[in-house]
Design a protein around this ligand. Structure first.
Ligand code: SAM
Ligand code: SF4
Length: 294
């Protein structure tokens, strides 16, 4: 599927729920977001239907996200079923990891191709301050479970923010020293609540890592389908990555669209432009109608 700028769109991020079991300060208000009514959220069957249409249109990779995707009932079965659809080559997930320890075996059995765990700090007090929940132990257990199961496609996503976790960068990067996992630093985007906080630059992070671990070497390879740029470090089993949506814009090579939990197909994270496809999903079983709207 080509967009009007000639970019090939082969990747969709699907939010399967707006609900979350954490309240990260830069993402959600303390009381959570206004909950969408259950009947407004795409049903299991509607998600399968839209994924079949995506597969027909050349979408190869689907990222399951949220809210927190692991709070959605039957999420493992949903992943297994999406994996069976024609054209879909990969189903991956981004999770806060709170429910991962108990769900990892089922996710792996479902065939999940890669699991990104969001982890901004490994200090319990700092974690509680940042997420307003005391769940770091659970998240760390989730990561350990994946490692113990020898799951090979683990990525850690950390959003460095001056007000919260500036002293955590070196500690989080260490996960890539000890294990073959990629630790990626994601530049904070000034959207919603996040516009109150200060991102930490790649230069500052590189400086801290060089001081502690030695000279980083740029690594030209790709891990997955995203815009991350990677580095290697001496004695590190894994890689260090950076995703900078503001300072190192990658719009020209963007390959993705997004589907909200209520079925709004959004073309860019930064704009509200898009199209509501819930109606067509609810009123037609003809995939041609759906691909046409998309
Ligand atoms: N709840 C899941 C999680 O936290 O992984 C999935 C959804 S969450 C919105 C996906 C990712 O977006 C998380 O890694 C989070 O840190 C990141 N995120 C949220 N707001 C952001 C912002 N303003 N700038 C950059 N990343 C952000
Ligand atoms: Fe929940 Fe993820 Fe937002 Fe944190 S970043 S509040 S875990 S949706």
């Amino acid at each position: 599927m080509l967009d009007q700028y000639g970019r090939e769109i082969d990747y969709v991020r699907i939010s399967v729920t707006d609900r979350c079991n954490l309240r990260c300060t830069y993402c959600m208000p303390e009381d959570g977001v206004d909950q969408v009514r259950c009947e407004d959220i795409l049903s299991y069957e509607e998600i399968i239907k839209v994924c079949s249409a995506f597969g027909r249109l050349g979408i190869k990779k689907i990222k399951i996200t949220g809210g927190e995707p692991l709070v959605r009932l039957d999420i493992c079965q949903l992943i297994a079923d999406i994996k069976q659809l024609e054209g879909i080559e990969q189903v991956t997930m981004t999770t806060n990891g709170v429910l991962l320890a108990q769900m990892a075996p089922k996710l792996i059995e479902a065939g999940i191709d890669s699991i990104n765990i969001s982890l901004d700090t490994i200090d319990p007090k700092n974690f509680k301050e940042l997420t307003r929940c005391d769940q770091l132990e659970q998240v760390m257990k989730g990561i350990e479970t994946l490692i113990q199961l020898d799951y090979p496609h683990i990525k850690i996503n950390c959003v460095p923010i001056e007000e919260f976790n500036g002293d955590q960068i070196v500690k989080i990067a260490r996960l890539a020293k000890d294990h073959p996992i990629a630790v990626r630093f994601i530049e904070l985007m000034p959207i919603g609540l996040a516009s109150d906080y200060t991102p930490i630059s790649r230069e500052t992070i590189l400086e801290q890592l060089t001081t502690h671990y030695g000279q980083l070497q740029s690594w030209p390879g790709k891990l997955g389908n995203g815009p991350a740029e990677y580095y290697t470090l001496p004695d590190f089993k894994g890689k260090i990555g950076f995703i900078e949506a503001m300072n190192n814009k990658f719009c020209h090579k963007c390959n993705r669209i997004r589907l909200t939990s209520t079925g709004f197909l959004k073309l860019c994270l930064h704009y509200n432009k898009g199209i509501d496809i819930r109606d067509i999903l609810r009123h037609s079983d003809d995939l041609n109608d759906i691909t046409q709207v998309i």
